[in-house]
Design a protein around this ligand. Structure first.
Ligand SMILES: Cc1cn([C@H]2C[C@H](O)[C@@H](COP(=O)(O)OP(=O)(O)O[C@H]3O[C@@H](C)C(=O)[C@@H](O)[C@H]3O)O2)c(=O)[nH]c1=O
Length: 184
């Protein structure tokens, strides 16, 4: 498996081997041993599957607070996304900065985002299906977010305010400056 550490190196893009033949391909989308060889020892406990019908749908930026923080391993079964991870570790040299990568069904790549990052996606194609593993169970009481287009974060989303599809929850998320310090 190829591993690419992004500019914030705790966030990694992974490329599992795709075995191509006349029928199509075969790919191990999750292998605990291979991930451990890449330095990812996370135990995942839940798989999620989200369909976004429209291109230009943004989900995020989301995180769960301790003790329900979630490492995430994200891939795309149909379509493509821009995946964004914002460092929310107080005291980190990259606090408030973000990295992003295009993750797509055609590439078969994946992205690993640790718990102490706010995470979001923007769909680059209609009917995009995202499948991801998380290392802690969902807890609505521990669910938190940051406003996707907060100018303080300076994220270059592939969709503008006028065209974005967002949940009501994400429209009302707080600014980055107003979130509490959950991770150190
Ligand atoms: C995330 C989640 C949501 N739900 C429920 C709550 C709600 O009724 C419905 C939709 O939830 P949301 O609007 O929060 O879904 P969504 O906006 O897709 O949230 C996801 O966004 C991406 C960017 C992430 O990183 C994920 O961790 C998760 O926060 O599904 C669960 O039952 N289990 C879960 O694990």
């Amino acid at each position: 498996m190829e591993v690419e550490k992004l500019a914030i190196p705790e966030v990694m893009v992974l490329r599992p081997v795709r075995h191509q033949d006349d029928r199509g391909f075969f790919c191990e989308t999750y292998n605990r041993r291979t991930l451990a060889e890449c330095g990812i020892e996370t135990e995942f406990v839940q798989d999620n599957h989200a369909l976004s019908r429209r291109k230009g749908t943004v989900r995020g930026l989301h995180f769960q607070i301790p003790p329900f923080g979630q490492d995430k391993l994200i891939r795309v079964a149909r379509g493509a996304i821009l995946d964004v991870a914002v460092d929310i570790r107080v005291g980190s040299p990259t606090y408030g900065r973000h990295v992003s990568a295009v993750i797509s069904a055609s590439e078969g790549n994946q992205i690993f985002v640790p718990a102490c990052f706010a995470h979001g996606i923007a769909t680059l194609e209609p009917d995009t299906e995202v499948i991801y593993k998380v290392s802690n169970h969902y807890s609505a009481a521990h669910d938190r977010g940051v406003l996707w287009n907060d100018p303080d974060l300076g994220i270059d989303w592939p969709v503008g305010d006028a065209d974005v599809t967002l949940s009501d929850k994400d429209r009302a998320q707080p600014r980055f400056a107003d979130i509490e310090d959950w991770f150190r």
